[in-house]
Structure formats: C-alpha cells, structure tokens
Ligand binder design. Structure first.
Ligand SMILES: Nc1ncnc2c1ncn2[C@@H]1O[C@H](COP(=O)(O)OP(=O)(O)OP(=O)(O)O)[C@@H](O)[C@H]1O
Ligand SMILES: [Mg+2]
Length: 339
C-alpha cells in the first residue's frame, strides 16, 4: 500500500516553526501580498478581548489585514491558502515580492491556528470565503482547502475597517497562540517599526497608506488606538519618519558621498551590491542633556561591530573596513544601507 508523501495532519505542526521571527514579520508577509495586488490602502486591525483573572486586562484575540487590492477569484483564492501555490511561481510572474506561494499560509500558521480569507472583485458584499483550521487539519476533519463560497464579511471587521470597495481582501487570524506580543499596543508598535522600514518607499511616494488600529472585540465601534505607519529609514535620510523629535520632521543624518559596490557570488551568479553611507548630523551626535556624545554613539559602535562581522568578514572585503576605520572609527556616527 502506498502512503501520502506528506501527511498534512502531521506536517502542518512541523511547518509552524517556519522561521518567522515574530508577528510583525509574519504580518508584513500579508502586506507584501496586499501591495503586490496593487492596494493603495492597507489596514492592520487588532481585536482585543477583556480577560478577567486576578485583574482585568486586554489581550489580543484576532488580527486582520484588510486591503483594497485586486482581490482574488475563486481559483486564485483556493491556491492562496495552499502551501507552495500562487500566481508568482514562474520567472515571468515574479515582478514583485511574491515568489514561492508560501507566504500567506506559512506566516499565518506561525502565529495562529486559524486563518480565514474573504476576497471580492465585485463589491465587498459579494465576498468569497475559505479558510485553514489547524485543529481541524490535525484531527483530519479538514483534508483540503474548502471550495471558496460566498459568505458575508463578519460585522466586527465591517465596523472597524475603512478600505471597503469594489475589490479587496481581508485575512483574519484567530486562535492566536504563538504571537510574542499579547496586546494590540505591542503588536502595533512593533509592526509599525518593521512595516515602516520595509515599505518606506511606498509610504513616502504615496503608493500606499497603512492604517494601524485596535479595538475591543465586544465594542467594535470604539477604536482604542489608530495611527498610520510612518516610514522608518535605516539610513536616517528621510524626513517625516518615526524617529523621535526633533528628527521626526527633518532627517537625522546627512548623505555621505561614498558609494561602495562589492561583487558577491550568490547561487553561482555574480551580483553587484550597492552600499550607500550616511553620517549623523552634529546635533544628533550629542546627548541632549550633557552635550557629550550620547546613546547614538554607543549604538553605532555596536552596530559597527556586528557589521564588521556580518558584512565585511562574510563578504571578505577587509580593505574597505580598514579605510572606514581610518575615516570613521573616531567619528563613528555613520550608517550604511544596502540598496
Ligand atoms: N491580499 C491579496 N490580494 C490578492 N491576491 C492575494 C493576496 N494575498 C495572496 N494573494 C494571492 O495568493 C497567492 C499566494 O500568496 P502567498 O503569499 O502564499 O505566495 P506568493 O505571494 O505568491 O509568494 P511568497 O511565498 O513569496 O509570498 C499569491 O500569489 C496571490 O496570487
Ligand atoms: Mg506572498
């Protein structure tokens, strides 16, 4: 008797440890899909529930990502939840971030035991729905991706979301059992940091706006927190970023006019990596209370140490480090950014 090559009810458990560092990176995977589907508005919606043990506290209960992208028809929606399937598998389809057909299901199961997807291409009142439920897969009650069927979008998301329209997608995580953060506040703050960095160029040029909101699942009309993701520029050259004041309005660093283009060998092919540098402005180097070099100096020194190991040693380009050391170890307020 032959047996399945991959027994789904056993494999899904192992597949949960798939390397997503935390919920912010997993949520960014859903946003990749939204942005690739042409969304101009993406929303991260965090539903909290009141828990009463020794004291009352709010705990994350469900998380949704809503977008106004192209939406999916039944055929694509079914593939979207299949591991290793999607619409960007071949080289000619790889025009954006999607590649492997793994992002949506893998990121979701790394954080929760159930993912529901609603998607619509003819108004949000005509959404199609399907889901993955790990408890049901493990007990072998769910053996495949259910055929997408018309199903109303639950009221709570209708009340809290704002990006409704002709086309779009809503992904909802429930039975969240592996998220590192327990509150909406922590999920929003940490996600803004990662999302603001990953999509900074899209946010700055106005391609997409990302709303981050939280609410009590029992009172979905009351939004408890609402903000729009600000760009987070690792080179500190952008204005209007999530940097603390006074460098939220103006850039904290200046461009440093050196460009370094090492060649690296990756999967048998040579690639040129362009590395650009930036240098902290004089004011940013000082501790605001003492006028002496502040925490920034310390953090950049640490950063230099890890860079030396991670980039310079691995890329085996010690000469540039020697050069930089001469130029900048005494004046350590610099950043570099691979582009
Ligand atoms: N928000 C969305 N809007 C429209 N289509 C989507 C959305 N999310 C997923 N899809 C569709 O589902 C497919 C599977 O998504 P998934 O993230 O699993 O893989 P991928 O994006 O193709 O590749 P990768 O594994 O690199 O993320 C996508 O190829 C896309 O066709
Ligand atoms: Mg993807």
């Amino acid at each position: 008797m032959t047996i399945e090559i991959v027994p789904a009810h056993l494999a899904v458990q192992a597949m949960r440890d798939n390397g997503y560092k935390n919920a912010a990176y997993a949520l960014a995977e859903l946003m990749d899909n939204s942005i690739q589907a042409g969304a101009t508005q993406v929303e991260l919606l965090c539903a909290e529930r009141e828990i009463i043990d020794q004291r009352r506290r709010m705990r994350i209960d469900e998380i949704a990502v809503l977008d106004n992208g192209s939406g999916m028809n039944a055929d694509v929606l079914k593939k979207a939840l299949q591991f290793g399937n999607g619409t960007h598998l071949t080289a000619d389809q790889q025009t954006g971030m999607g590649r492997f057909g793994m992002g949506l299901p893998s990121a979701s199961i790394s954080q929760c035991k159930r993912v529901d997807v609603w998607s619509w291409q003819n108004g949000d009142r005509s959404a199609l729905h399907t889901y993955l439920d790990l408890d049901k897969i493990t007990s072998q009650e769910q053996r495949g991706i259910p055929e997408p069927a018309p199903q109303d979008i639950p009221d709570i998301w209708r009340k809290v979301g704002t990006s409704w329209g002709k086309t779009g997608t809503l992904v909802v995580w429930s039975k969240i059992d592996r998220a590192m953060w327990r509150t909406a506040q922590a999920i929003i703050t940490n996600s803004e940091f990662i999302i603001g960095r990953m999509y900074r160029k899209f946010i700055v040029d106005g391609t997409v706006s990302i709303r981050l909101a939280s609410f009590n699942i029992d009172q979905p009309r009351v939004i408890t927190k609402e903000q729009w993701a600000k760009p987070n520029d690792p080179s500190y050259l952008m204005a209007h970023t999530s940097c603390p004041a006074p460098f939220d309005a103006t850039p904290m660093f200046d461009k440093w006019d050196i460009e370094w283009q090492p060649e690296i060998l990756f999967e048998g092919k040579k690639h040129t990596v362009t590395v650009r540098f930036s240098l902290a402005k004089k004011d940013a180097r000082k501790d605001s209370s003492t006028g002496e070099p502040g925490r920034l100096a310390h953090s950049v020194r640490c950063c230099l140490r890890s860079l030396h190991y991670n980039m310079f040693c691995r890329l085996k380009v010690p000469c540039i480090m020697t050069h930089l050391r001469a130029v900048s170890y005494r004046v350590v307020w610099w950043r570099l950014n691979r582009v």
